[in-house]
Design a protein around this ligand. Structure first.
Ligand SMILES: [Zn+2]
Length: 236
């Protein structure tokens, strides 16, 4: 009984956090997606068919899907005036530290010395724009207190470690960047432009990121108001 109480409390807290973080800040644009996210997080077992499987490939898309979960928020979703979401948020419906995250494509991993929850993987030649270098960014891989959930083989300060597509990078977490103020457990994944001289640009600016839709073969651009849940329509 006590365990159930704690479990329910945890679900309640997580739901409130997600709802609080997204629901009251977002314009109509992403409100429908918030409804889906809250429903999913409350009862993930009832909505298993909203999830996309880790390492699956939709059609002939170049990237593998990075984890197991439901695509909750899209590229260019807006949670508050002037804000534009630079990537996609994938919710597992599990606790932090449970759901593995994998590299979507061959590349070279960097984890800066002060990164607790993030890695960035350099892809020397963009499969959709050959000759252009791009980066893939994965974050929230730490627990609520900022304890890293990144694979031990990629300690802080790692640089240019080759990771083939499908390499285990770490576990999905809920670290917001501030200890004790967790977000709902999810992976934020984005595709970041190169600055032209071999360095990644600031991933917080949407203009520095690319619409991930063609890379994953999924409708991930909020501007297109895709039907929910987001699923691969070209899967047999
Ligand atoms: Zn995000």
């Amino acid at each position: 009984m006590k365990k159930l109480g704690i479990a329910l409390l945890t679900i309640g807290v997580v739901t409130a956090l997600v709802a609080g973080y997204f629901l009251f800040l977002d314009p109509a644009h992403s409100r429908n997606r918030t409804r889906f996210v809250v429903q999913f997080i409350r009862h993930p077992e009832e909505h298993a068919d909203w999830k996309i499987t880790a390492l699956s490939r939709c059609g002939d898309a170049p990237f593998l899907f990075p984890t197991d979960g439901m695509v909750g928020y899209l590229w260019n979703d807006s949670f508050q005036a002037g804000h534009h979401h630079q990537g996609i948020d994938i919710f597992s419906g599990t606790d932090a530290g449970v759901t593995p995250v994998y590299a979507v494509y061959d590349g070279y991993l960097t984890r800066l010395a002060d990164w607790k929850s993030s890695v960035i993987v350099r892809i020397p030649t963009d499969p959709l724009h050959p000759g252009t270098q791009i980066w893939t960014y994965y974050t929230h891989m730490a627990d609520a207190d900022g304890n890293s959930l990144i694979a031990v083989r990629f300690p802080a300060g790692s640089s240019e470690v080759f990771v083939p597509a499908g390499t285990f990078l770490g576990f999905m977490g809920n670290f917001s960047g501030t200890a004790g103020q967790p977000v709902g457990v999810h992976l934020h994944f984005s595709i970041v432009r190169d600055d032209g001289s071999g360095h990644f640009t600031n991933e917080l600016q949407i203009s520095n990121t690319l619409d991930p839709s063609p890379y994953l073969g999924l409708p991930l651009n909020a501007n297109d108001s895709p039907t929910l849940p987001i699923l691969c329509s070209s899967q047999p």
